[in-house]
Design a protein around this ligand. Structure first.
Ligand code: 13P
Ligand code: SF4
Length: 335
C-alpha cells in the first residue's frame, strides 16, 4: 500500500473514525480524505463543516468546524481563496455575504433547509406592513433575501441574549421563521406570542417530531440521565428536558458536566461527533437525520473540488449589502 495512504489510515484511526467503518472500509475513506486534503492545499481552499455533517467530513477534511454562529464568524476571517461549505445553503450564503471576495461552494444541490424555505422576502415585507414600526429579528436559517428585509439576525447560540437586548428598546418585535424557537424564546423571556412577539409558521423537519413522552421512558431506564434538546424543538419537548440550546451550547454543556448518561435530542451527526470527542462518556442519541445536511458526502466534496463552477454560491450585490447590515448587527449585539 502507498505510504501516504497508510499514514492517512493511521491519522483517521487516531481520530476514532475506524469505529464507524465496517471491516476494510476505512481504506476507501482514507483514499478520499487524502485526495480532498491534497486538492484543498493546491487550491488554497478551506472546508467548513457544521456539526450535523458525518464524522468522516468533520474530522477527515474539516478545517473550520462548529455551529452556525462559529462558522459565520470563522468565514468572515478566513484568508483562504475559497470556502467549501459542508453545511446547508443559507450558511454558505452567509459566508459569501460576510466575505464577498472569496469563492463559496456547497457540494450538493439538495442542501436546503425547511426553515429557510418557509419564508420569502415578500412574506417579510407583508409582515412589516401588517405590523408597522416593529423590528424584524430573523433566525440565521433564512435566505439572503429574508436577511435583507430584517433588522437583526440571530443564531441559536445568541438568540436569547439578542432578544433580551432588543426588548430594552422595543415593546414588541417580529421573529421569523421558526415558530417553535420563537415560542421557546418567548417563554424564556416572559413574553406572550401574538402579543409581544409576532411569529411565523416555519418549523425544522428534524426537530419538530421528537416525542416528549419518550424522555420519561429514557429517564426510567437511565438513572442520572441528563437530557439536552435543540431550541428548534417544540415547547412540550423543551419542558421535558434539562437543557435547551444550540449545538455549540449543547457540546459545551456535555464537555463541562459529568452525568451518568446524556440524551441528545437533535440531528444524529451531533451525537456521532460527541461520542468521538468524549469516548469516556455515555450517550443516548434520540436523533433524526437532516436530509439536507446528509446530502453532502466525501464523494460530493471530491466531485466539487474537481469541477467547482456549477456549485458556486452567489448573492446579488444589493441584497448582500442589506443582509450584511442585519448580520453585522448580530455580531455587535452578541459580543
Ligand atoms: P446551530 O447553530 O445550533 O448549529 O443550528 C443550526 C441548525 O440548522 C440546527 O438545526
Ligand atoms: Fe434546517 Fe432543521 Fe436541517 Fe437544521 S436540522 S438544516 S434547521 S432542516
Amino acid at each position: 500500500m502507498d505510504q501516504s495512504l497508510t499514514e492517512e489510515i493511521k491519522r483517521l484511526t487516531s481520530l476514532g473514525l475506524h469505529r464507524r467503518c465496517v471491516e476494510g472500509a476505512l481504506e476507501g475513506v482514507a483514499a478520499k480524505t487524502l485526495e480532498i486534503n491534497r486538492l484543498k492545499r493546491e487550491k488554497n481552499a478551506v472546508v467548513c463543516a457544521h456539526v450535523y455533517q458525518t464524522p468522516d467530513i468533520i474530522l477527515g477534511i474539516g478545517d473550520l468546524v462548529g455551529d452556525s454562529y462559529k462558522l459565520a464568524d470563522d468565514c468572515r476571517k478566513t484568508a483562504a481563496d475559497s470556502i467549501i461549505f459542508c453545511g446547508v445553503h443559507f450558511m454558505a450564503e452567509t459566508a459569501k455575504i460576510l466575505n464577498p471576495s472569496k469563492k463559496v461552494y456547497v457540494p450538493s444541490k439538495n442542501a436546503g433547509c425547511s426553515l429557510a424555505e418557509a419564508i420569502t422576502g415578500e412574506d417579510v415585507r407583508k409582515l412589516k406592513a401588517e405590523h408597522p414600526g416593529l423590528p424584524v429579528v430573523a433566525y440565521i436559517n433564512t435566505s439572503a433575501e429574508v436577511k435583507a428585509e430584517s433588522d437583526c439576525i440571530v443564531t441559536s447560540a445568541n438568540a436569547e441574549k439578542i432578544l433580551r437586548k432588543m426588548y430594552e428598546r422595543h415593546e414588541r418585535l417580529i421573529f421569523v421563521p421558526d415558530r417553535f424557537m420563537g415560542a421557546n424564546l418567548a417563554k424564556a423571556l416572559g413574553k406572550t406570542p401574538g402579543k409581544d412577539i409576532i411569529l411565523w409558521k416555519g418549523t425544522c423537519v428534524v426537530h419538530e417530531h421528537f416525542n416528549p413522552e419518550l424522555i420519561k421512558v429514557y429517564r426510567k431506564n437511565y438513572p442520572g440521565l441528563v437530557a439536552l434538546a435543540h431550541a428548534e424543538c417544540p415547547s412540550e419537548l423543551i419542558d421535558a428536558v434539562d437543557f435547551m440550546g444550540g449545538t455549540g451550547d449543547m457540546m459545551r454543556y456535555v464537555e463541562s458536566t459529568d452525568a451518568s448518561a446524556y440524551l441528545l435530542v437533535t440531528e444524529c451527526g451531533f451525537g456521532e461527533l460527541a461520542k468521538l470527542r468524549f469516548p469516556q462518556k455515555n450517550f443516548i442519541a434520540m436523533c433524526r437525520l437532516c436530509p439536507y445536511m446528509k446530502s453532502i458526502t466525501l464523494d460530493s466534496v471530491l466531485a466539487l473540488l474537481r469541477n467547482p463552477a456549477p456549485e458556486e454560491v452567489t448573492v446579488p450585490a444589493d441584497i448582500a449589502a442589506r443582509a450584511k447590515r442585519s448580520i453585522d448587527k448580530m455580531f455587535e449585539l452578541a459580543a
